[in-house]
Design a protein around this ligand. Structure first.
Ligand SMILES: Nc1ncnc2c1ncn2[C@@H]1O[C@H](COP(=O)(O)OP(=O)(O)OP(=O)(O)O)[C@@H](O)[C@H]1O
Length: 707
C-alpha cells in the first residue's frame, strides 16, 4: 500500500505527468522520503514504515536524487541497478514559485537483465557459428510481452521473436537474413552499429504500433558485432501505458488519480499523431462525453478548435491562451509539447483558469473603468482646451489690442480663420478665445496637431475610419476629429506641416463640407468652424510648391497675424508679472518680483520663442530663485540668457542623485531647448536641427514638459 505525507501532491503533478513512469519515490526539499510506490518497496525489500521520513541517501545511497535537489537539473534516463534490477530512472526536481521543494525519481520499470544476458551470450561465442546459442537466444527472447530483434554487424537480422514479427506483420522467413532497413526503412538500429551507444527509452512507431524501445550494441573485444532492439512497452504510447496502469486497480490509482484528477484543472494529452491518450474527468465534464468516446480519438474529431495539432507541428509553448471549447465558455489554457530526445512525442493542454466568470467580471470592470477614464479625459481635455477667453490674453500694446479687437469681430462669424505668427505667440490661445466668444462656445473645441502625426494616422484621426479599414482598426470603427467637433470648432494646428496629399483631402472636405471615413462609403455632413494656425510662411511655401494655393485661399478667409514678442516689448513687464503669478500658483512657490537687472536682460533679448519661451524661462528662474530661498528673480536665475552652455554643463555634471539614464534625459532636454531657441521655436526646424522626425520631437516636448 502506498502512503504519502502532507507533501503537496498537486505540485508533483507536472513533474510526473511529463514522466510516464510507474515506479517512483518522492522526496521533500530536505531529501526525506514522502511518497514511495509499493513496487519500489518490493525491489528494496523494505516496508513503507522503514522508509517514509528517512533520508533518501540511507535507502538509495547513490546520492543522485539529492544532487537533483541541489542543482535543480533533470536527470534523464539513467541506468541504475537496484538490488540486482537494472532499471532506467528519470529524476526531476519539483519546483514551486521558483524554489525547489522536492524531487521525484521515477522509473519506467525496465529489467534489462534479459538483454544484458543476451549480450553476454554473444560475447561468449560468435552467434552464427553456434546453433545451440541460437536456441538459447530464441528461448530468451521468446516473450509475448517484449518484442526483440537482433542484427549482426552488417545490419542483417539474425534473430527476431514472434511478438515483434506480429508487430511487423511478417513471417520469420521474410525477416531473417534481410537487412533491417529493408524491413523497417527508418530503423535506428544501424545507428547503434555505428555509434556503439545505448539508445534508451525511445518512442518507436511501426505499422501504426507505437512502442517504447531500447537499443543496445553487442560489443565483443571492443568491436560492435551487432545490435539488439527490444520493446519496453508494446503497442502503447507512454501515456497509454500510464493509463493502462491507471485502469488497474492498484496503488498507482491513488497517486495518479490524485495527480491528474483535479477538479480545478482540465487535462488532455495527445500522442505525436494527435490521438488522445489521457484526459481527466474535469475535461470530460467540459466535453460532456464519456471517457470511452474520447480516448484513442483524433483530437480535432473531439475538439474541433483544439490548437494541440499546432503544438505538435511547431513545438511551441502557449502560455495563458484564452480559448473556448464552446462559444461564450472561454477558459485560459497552457499548452506544451512533450519532447523526448529532441523529438516531439506528444502535447499537453491544461487549463489555468477554468472559471472565467471571475476573470470576465474583472475584464468588464476594467472596461468600465477605461470607458469612464475616456469620458473624464475627454472632459478634461475639453475644459482645458477651450479654457482661454479674450480677457486672459495679456497685452496692452497697440499691436496686441488691435489683434484682440479683430479677433473679437471674427468670433461673431463662422468663417474659416487662419492664424499666423511665430511659434509661442499665442495662436492657440486666440483660437480658443475666438471659439469661446462665438455662438459655438457650447460645442466642442477639438485641436489636432497636423505635424505630430504621420500621414496615415493623420487621415484616420481627421476623418475617422470604419471597422476593418486596416489591421488594428478598432471594432465599430472610430469617428474622426471633424465628426467629433460637430457643432463646435476644429483647430488645425501647424497646418503648414500637413503632408501635401492630406492637403488635397482637406481641401475636398472644406469645399464639400462632408467627410468620408477611411474604408467607409457614405459621406458624413460636417458642421464645424475651422480655425487653422501656422508659424510657417505659407505664401513662401506656395511658391516652393510645398503648400496648395487653393487650400491656402480656403483657409485664409479671414486672418489674424499675431505679433512676435520683440515687436511688443512694452507688454513684457505686464506679461512677465502675469506669468509669474500663474507659475507660482502652478509650482506652489512664492516668487513675486524681478530685479531691474533681470528685467533689463529680458528686454534685451530677442525672444525667438516668444511668450512660450518667456514662460519657460520664468519657470526655470522661479525654480532657481526658490531653491536659493529668494522671492525675487535675479540675473543669476536667468543663466541661459547670458550663458548658453550653463544648463548643458549642469546636465553633464556627475552627481550621485541621478542615474545615467536620468542624466542622458537631462542632456537630451537641454539640447532640445537649445535647438528650440536656435530655431526660434519652430518645431520643424528644431526637428531638422536635431535630426529627428517632428512626431518624435512632439513626443519628447511632451515628455519634458516643453510643449
Ligand atoms: N497673450 C498671452 N497672454 C498670456 N499667455 C500667453 C499669451 N501668449 C502666449 N501665452 C503663453 O504662451 C504659451 C504658448 O501659446 P500658444 O500655444 O498659443 O502659442 P502658439 O503660437 O500656438 O505656438 P506654436 O506655434 O508653437 O503652436 C501659452 O501656453 C501661454 O501660456
Amino acid at each position: 500500500m502506498l502512503k504519502s505525507s502532507n507533501f503537496a501532491l498537486a505540485n508533483v503533478m507536472d513533474a510526473l505527468i511529463k514522466n510516464p513512469s510507474i515506479f517512483f519515490v518522492v522526496v521533500d526539499a530536505d531529501a526525506r522520503i514522502t511518497t514511495i510506490s509499493q513496487t519500489l518497496l518490493d525491489i528494496l525489500e523494505m516496508t513503507e514504515d522503514e522508509v517514509l521520513g528517512r533520508d533518501i541517501g540511507e535507502i538509495i545511497p547513490d546520492g543522485k536524487l539529492t544532487r537533483v535537489l541541489e542543482t535543480g537539473c533533470i536527470d534523464e534516463a539513467d541506468v541504475v541497478e537496484i538490488n540486482g534490477h537494472n532499471t532506467i530512472v528519470n529524476r526531476v526536481p519539483i519546483i514551486k514559485e521558483g524554489r525547489i521543494i522536492g524531487a521525484v525519481a521515477s522509473s519506467l520499470f525496465l529489467d534489462i537483465s534479459y538483454a544484458q544476458e543476451l549480450i553476454d551470450k554473444f560475447n561468449e561465442t560468435e552467434p552464427k557459428t553456434d546453433p545451440e546459442l541460437d536456441t538459447i537466444i530464441n528461448e530468451l527472447i521468446d516473450s509475448p510481452a517484449v518484442g526483440y530483434i537482433i542484427i549482426d554487424r552488417n545490419g542483417h537480422v539474425s534473430h527476431v521473436n514472434q511478438t515483434y514479427l506480429d508487430v511487423l506483420a511478417k513471417s520469420r522467413r521474410d525477416v531473417i537474413g534481410k537487412h533491417v532497413k529493408d524491413i523497417t526503412p527508418h530503423s535506428r538500429l544501424p545507428r547503434i552499429l555505428e555509434s556503439g551507444r545505448v539508445d534508451k527509452v525511445d518512442i518507436w512507431s511501426v505499422n501504426n504500433h507505437h512502442m517504447i524501445v531500447n537499443r543496445l550494441p553487442i560489443v565483443k573485444d571492443h568491436q560492435v558485432i551487432g545490435a539488439i532492439g527490444h520493446t519496453l512497452t508494446l503497442d502503447v504510447t507512454a501515456h497509454e501505458f500510464l493509463m493502462d496502469k491507471l485502469q488497474e486497480n492498484n496503488e498507482f490509482n491513488i497517486i495518479f488519480q490524485g495527480l491528474i484528477e483535479n477538479p480545478y484543472t482540465a487535462y488532455v494529452i495527445v500522442d505525436h499523431l494527435g490521438y488522445i491518450t489521457i484526459v481527466n474527468n474535469t475535461f470530460l465534464k467540459l466535453l460532456k462525453m464519456p471517457r470511452e468516446a474520447v480516448i484513442g480519438k483524433y483530437i480535432l474529431d473531439i475538439v474541433p478548435n483544439s490548437k494541440l495539432p499546432e503544438i505538435l507541428a511547431t513545438g511551441r509553448t502557449d502560455k495563458a491562451d484564452i480559448w473556448g471549447l464552446h462559444p461564450d465558455e472561454d477558459i485560459i489554457v497552457d499548452r506544451l509539447p512533450i519532447k523526448k530526445d529532441g523529438q516531439i512525442i506528444g502535447a499537453i493542454a491544461h487549463s489555468v483558469v477554468l472559471d472565467m466568470n471571475e476573470v470576465k467580471s474583472l475584464i468588464r470592470r476594467l472596461q468600465d473603468t477605461q470607458k469612464e477614464l475616456f469620458i473624464y479625459k475627454e472632459e478634461i481635455r475639453s475644459i482645458y482646451k477651450a479654457k482661454w477667453q479674450f480677457e486672459d490674453l495679456i497685452g496692452q500694446s497697440r499691436e496686441f489690442t488691435n489683434i484682440k479687437d479683430m479677433a473679437r469681430q471674427f468670433s461673431k462669424t463662422s468663417s474659416t480663420l487662419l492664424i499666423t505668427g511665430e511659434s509661442g505667440t499665442g495662436k492657440e490661445l486666440f483660437a480658443q478665445a475666438v471659439h469661446n466668444a462665438s455662438s459655438r462656445s457650447l460645442g466642442p473645441f477639438i485641436r489636432i496637431n497636423c505635424a505630430a502625426l504621420p500621414e496615415n494616422l493623420l487621415e484616420s484621426e481627421l476623418f475617422g475610419y470604419e471597422e476593418g479599414a486596416f489591421t488594428g482598426a478598432k471594432k465599430g470603427g472610430k469617428p474622426g476629429k471633424f465628426e467629433l467637433a460637430k457643432g463646435g470648432t476644429i483647430f488645425l494646428d501647424e497646418i503648414g506641416d500637413m503632408p501635401f496629399n492630406m492637403q488635397t483631402k482637406l481641401l475636398a472636405v472644406l469645399q464639400e463640407r462632408v467627410v468620408e471615413r477611411v474604408g467607409g462609403t457614405s459621406p458624413i455632413d460636417i458642421n464645424v468652424r475651422v480655425i487653422a494656425a501656422t508659424n510657417r510662411d505659407l505664401e513662401k511655401m506656395i511658391n516652393n510648391h510645398e503648400f496648395r494655393e487653393d487650400l491656402y485661399y480656403r483657409l485664409n478667409v479671414v486672418q489674424l497675424r499675431i505679433p512676435p514678442l520683440r515687436k511688443r516689448l512694452d507688454d513684457l513687464p505686464l506679461l512677465a508679472y502675469s506669468l509669474i503669478v500663474r507659475l507660482n500658483h502652478h509650482l506652489g512657490t512664492s516668487v513675486n518680483s524681478i530685479s531691474d537687472e533681470a528685467m533689463e536682460i529680458l528686454r534685451n533679448y530677442t525672444w525667438p520663442g516668444n511668450v512660450r519661451e518667456l514662460e519657460n524661462l520664468l519657470e526655470r528662474a522661479i525654480n532657481l530663485a526658490h531653491m536659493n530661498f529668494r522671492n525675487c528673480i535675479q540675473k543669476a536665475d536667468l543663466p541661459s540668457l547670458y550663458n548658453d552652455k550653463y544648463d548643458l554643463d549642469a546636465a553633464t555634471e556627475i552627481n550621485e542623485e541621478k542615474t545615467l539614464a536620468e542624466k542622458i534625459e537631462d542632456i537630451e532636454k537641454e539640447l532640445i531647448i537649445q535647438a528650440l531657441t536656435k530655431s526660434g521655436n519652430n518645431k520643424s526646424k528644431t526637428a531638422k536641427l536635431l535630426g529627428i522626425h517632428s512626431s518624435a520631437l512632439y513626443r519628447k516636448l511632451n515628455k519634458y514638459g516643453l510643449s
